[in-house]
Design a protein around this ligand. Structure first.
Ligand code: UDP
Ligand code: MG
Length: 326
């Protein structure tokens, strides 16, 4: 089997409503590129008919279609890792299965790679998602920009292209909780970005309710930055220093109490001093810090157990010898 020039890796979770349209648009687009390609679908434990639809598609295009079937739902990023482990192309493109990333844009990514870039990130200029998703994404992009060394405009865009070297490095990283665009970026030597179109989800619904989105962003921040932990200890030091200063002032005040005959400034201080509020503030910060440490410790725990990150029920390899039905 000659190695494909292009692999397209697509995670699939409950996408029965989108898959027929995806097949209808993706394959002709790839055929038109005139490169040897393969498509690797990773079914992430879908509970609908997605797996059956993928099998049907493989019957139709056995020469270019590989399917990895997970036993259960391990998440979008693990599904991509599984795709990376099995794809063989010289270049690898990731995209979503719901057609929010138009397959027609793949050519743009490849054109950027032709110019010598080993990592091409898509940027959704006109993002078609709800206002709160757009707002949350912006906030998270800004936070990640400040807390990590990773420079990208649109971290949530999964329409991206990677060189073989980067894909191998990602596949070798034995990370339990990860965020592929960021991890891949750490291995890139010449990254770039291109604007890509974005479409509304026309069928099915988002697999990311708010809480799952928060979990994912914790993966991103804890996976690539120790700054939250460090900030927390800095805050602790600041509080201790302030407490110490207060103590010195209070003692000094008591020492000189007898000599005091100026204006009554204790009452003024009392206006700002509310022990309950301050205590609640500190307790809040402590709980937050504790939780933050928990986020890291939890991930360390998962990592040291070195359980398999996912289990695969079956891999249906593409069969280059078979002629497609069409
Ligand atoms: N996905 C997945 N496993 C999950 C959640 C999502 O494989 O646990 C896939 C999903 O099928 C889609 C892509 O990841 O191909 C992005 O998911 P979705 O479109 O629901 O996310 P959104 O566009 O709302 O961010
Ligand atoms: Mg989507």
């Amino acid at each position: 089997m000659p190695t494909p020039q292009l692999s397209v890796v697509i995670p699939v979770f409950n996408e029965e409503a989108s898959l027929p349209d995806l097949f209808a648009r993706l394959y002709p687009t790839l055929d038109a590129l005139g490169v040897r390609y393969e498509v690797v679908f990773v079914n992430d434990g879908s509970r609908d008919r997605s797996a059956a639809l993928l099998r049907e598609q493989r019957q139709r295009r056995p020469d270019t279609t590989t399917i990895v079937l997970f036993n259960a739902n391990y998440g979008q990023h693990q599904a991509i890792v599984a795709g990376f482990e099995r794809c063989t192309g010289e270049r690898v493109v990731t995209m979503d299965a719901d057609l929010q990333n138009p397959p027609e844009e793949i050519a743009k990514l490849l054109a950027a790679m032709d110019k010598g870039h080993d990592y091409v990130g898509g940027v959704r200029r006109n993002r078609e998602d709800s206002w709160w998703r757009r707002w949350a994404s912006k906030a998270m992009n800004r936070l990640r920009e400040r807390l990590t060394q990773i420079r990208m405009t649109d971290q949530g865009c999964m329409l991206r292209a990677y060189s073989r070297e980067i894909v191998d490095a990602v596949a070798e990283s034995r990370e339990v909780s990860t965020f592929i665009p960021a991890l891949a970026y750490t291995f890139a030597s010449n990254p770039t970005e291109v604007d890509v179109a974005h479409a509304e989800r026309i069928a099915g619904r988002s697999n990311y309710p708010l809480y799952k989105l928060i979990r994912l962003n914790f993966d991103l921040i804890t996976g690539f930055s120790l700054v939250p932990l460090q900030q927390f200890s800095r805050f602790g030091m600041l509080v201790s220093a302030l407490a110490l200063a207060t103590y010195v002032v209070v003692i000094a005040y008591r020492l000189f109490l007898f000599d005091w005959h100026g204006a009554n400034w204790q009452e003024a201080t009392a206006v700002f001093w509310d022990r309950d509020i301050l205590a609640f503030f500190l307790i809040g910060m402590m709980l937050f810090g504790l939780g933050l440490i928990g986020e890291y410790v939890g991930r360390i725990y998962q990592q040291v157990r070195t359980r398999p990150r996912y289990t695969i029920r079956a891999v249906l390899e593409r069969d280059a010898g078979k002629v497609p039905e069409r």
